[in-house]
Design a protein around this ligand. Sequence first.
Ligand code: ATP
Ligand code: MG
Ligand code: FE
Length: 333
Amino acid sequence: PTILAIESSCDETSASVCRDGAILSNHIANQAVHEQYGGVVPELASRAHMQHIVPVVDIALKQAGVTLSDLDAVAFTQAPGLIGSLLVGAQFAKSLALALGKPLLSVHHMQAHVLANLIPEERPAFPFLCLTVSGGHTQIVRADSPTELTVLGETIDDAAGEAFDKSAKLLGLPYPGGPLIDKYAKEGNPKRFAFAEPQIEGLDFSFSGLKTSVLYFLQRERAQDPDFTEKNMADICASLQATIIRILLRKLKRAAQDTGITDLCIAGGVSANSGLRNAFTELGKEQGWRTFIPAFQYCTDNAGMIAITAYHKFLAGDFADLGVSATARSEWS
Ligand code: ATP
Ligand code: MG
Ligand code: FE
């Protein structure tokens, strides 16, 4: 089947065309409007989605070399995300499906982050485990098939991406700070400073203590030297990033030991982090895992991951009713 997929859960408007599981296009329009506010402003995001959606879909179709009449189904991100943003993609997809007389597929954004790992030809075998690390979520997911995904553990407070972004804010870096911490960390000493590492039972995560620890650390050091942050940016970022990676991989290793699963993936925006990609690959070699990481364009929000998930739902005959609505939060199913 040829499927058009739309992603609009947060501040990226994206459209992708997928044919028989191969991604033919994945166009992403970012929203620069939020930079000046230091975070995503929901009302501005919905408005920008409305401006972008038609041209973005148009570009995705052209890049794939298909027209509307070639489509066999239309897919969209149903949840979770910003409700105003989700609604733009949902209404567009439903209208188009109705107009074309083609079936509709509704996709869970966090499941799609996981299944981004099914895009390349070299892909994990079921069952596999995925560490999903994004702006709003941190989860260890067990995948038994494309439609049977189970959350084994997740954060009880902040997400890994928030740990990066909130720490970056404390360091005076612009939003989103994750990629900047990654950049500075490359030049720094990861062993120079120590930050709090939580002791949480089982496979759950916690990052709020780390953020507080960074705050107190910076307050203490700046009291001695007002220029402390600027002078030590690389070492602070390297130490902070190493701490986040240790917290993440400790639990992933445990999940692999608990389940005996040896095909492991990472996904989500933070899986674009070079330190995490390297440390995950190294740990995999040490543990005898096969490791998989999506290409950069499929780590942060993109419609390609929605398209591949929709493709598997199409094969399973799991279509959505035109009455389906977007929801900000959603049960995992
Ligand atoms: P969710 O998927 O949970 O709804 P989201 O869609 O907003 O959240 P993503 O787009 O998947 O999240 O990821 C965005 C997050 O990824 C941000 O927190 C950003 O800082 C982080 N991020 C992106 N690149 C990097 C990087 N190289 N290093 C660290 N963090 C990064
Ligand atoms: Mg985003
Ligand atoms: Fe996301």
